[in-house]
Design a binder for this molecule. Structure first.
Ligand SMILES: Cc1cc2nc3c(=O)[nH]c(=O)nc-3n(C[C@H](O)[C@H](O)[C@H](O)COP(=O)(O)O)c2cc1C
Length: 336
């Protein structure tokens, strides 16, 4: 029976299958002629615990079909969250998918890729006809795994797995209620908790919020104009806040002023300032590590991903604080 005979079209079938959220694997083998082959596949599934069996299916149209059907072993690599590029590479019909990738030889010469969540070397024990695919069943003969966050595939797009929060259910807001499912509250509360922890760090506790932001901004791109800083850091015309933060760092002996190439006033961290900024950045990183440790690797990666998406989707066109603005002349000297 064809898809149409079943009463739906191929697109609807694909879309429906895509609703089943999966991980992403790269499956490799060594062909009889010694050629290394590898394909991205999300048809991977567990079959049996004892004996340890898994399966996956490969399109009969795949270039690597002969190599897989003749290989005694194949290796399944469960991809980690950062391996999207690798997934795309092995989903293409390129001839030399392994170029530039560090691989070692596994059973039967099947290429082993590093940096994955997990890797299972399998001996092919069955091959079945499966419509336009061949189904491979493998007995797992060796495995390695890590606690890296896995890459996820959902509705045709890459995604990250995040665990449902272990917290009481949200109370739905009415138009006039301000309860804990309100996005603004969640963002503010999360920031408040992070900032409070940050303040406990000795290398940071002496600075106001604005001074800290200015310090790390200048550490990334030193010698800026006060106007450029106001625009980039405070997202607008915040001359007063900028001057206050500049004066604060100056009073602490961390900041100097000079005139740039075209007469524009520039401010920058001196040696002391740069050392203090590096200490503050290290302290901020260690605070981040405390939070990520509490969240766990998976949720940490998923939260950063969601916040990045939130910022990109809702960005009214704000400049990035680290970037030099158009009106900021390059300084005459860049060293401190
Ligand atoms: C996320 C994802 C999952 C995929 N899953 C499969 C799969 O399970 N089976 C398959 O035959 N192709 C799958 N593909 C497509 C193959 O990776 C693609 O056709 C690849 O080019 C085949 O390589 P080859 O022609 O060099 O053998 C998938 C692609 C992506 C992006």
């Amino acid at each position: 029976m064809s898809v149409e005979q079943a009463g739906f079209d191929a697109l609807a079938f694909r879309r429906t299958l895509g609703l089943f959220t999966t991980g992403v694997t790269i499956i490799t083998a060594c062909g009889q002629d010694g050629e290394r082959v590898g394909v991205t596949a999300n048809s991977f599934s567990s079959v049996s615990l004892d004996p340890p069996l898994v399966l996956w299916s490969l399109a009969k149209s795949a270039r690597s079909l002969d190599a897989f059907t003749n290989a005694e072993y194949f290796t399944i690599h469960i991809l980690s969250a950062g391996q999207e590029d690798l997934s795309n590479r092995f989903a293409s019909r390129g001839e030399d998918k392994f170029s530039g990738i560090d691989v070692t030889d596994g059973f039967g010469g099947s290429p082993l890729i590093s940096g994955c969540c997990a890797r299972m070397q399998c001996r092919t024990v069955h091959q079945y006809e499966g419509g336009d695919h061949i189904i491979f069943v493998g007995e797992v003969v060796d495995l390695v795994s890590s606690d890296a966050a896995p890459l996820v595939f959902q509705a045709g797009k890459y995604a990250l797995a995040s665990r449902k929060a272990d917290a009481p259910p949200f109370v739905t807001s009415t138009a006039t209620e301000f309860k804990d499912d309100f996005l603004g509250y969640l963002l503010w509360r999360a920031y408040f908790q992070f900032a409070a922890e940050l303040r406990k760090e000795g290398a940071i506790s002496d600075y106001s919020d604005d001074e800290f932001l200015l310090l790390v901004t200048l550490a990334h791109n030193n010698w800026r104009s006060p106007g450029g800083i106001a625009k980039a850091m405070f997202h607008g015309d915040a001359e007063e806040d900028t001057q206050e933060a500049l004066a604060g760092l100056e009073a602490k002996g961390l900041l100097e002023r000079m005139t740039g190439a075209d007469g524009v006033e520039l401010v920058g961290l001196n040696r002391n300032g740069m050392d203090s900024a590096l200490a503050a950045l290290a302290a901020a990183k260690s605070t981040e590590a405390v939070f990520l440790d509490k969240l766990g690797l998976w949720d940490g990666a998923a939260l950063k991903n969601l916040l990045r998406g939130f910022i990109v989707e809702t960005d009214p066109g704000l400049p990035h604080p680290w970037e030099r603005q158009d009106n900021e002349a390059e300084p005459l000297r860049t060293s401190v």
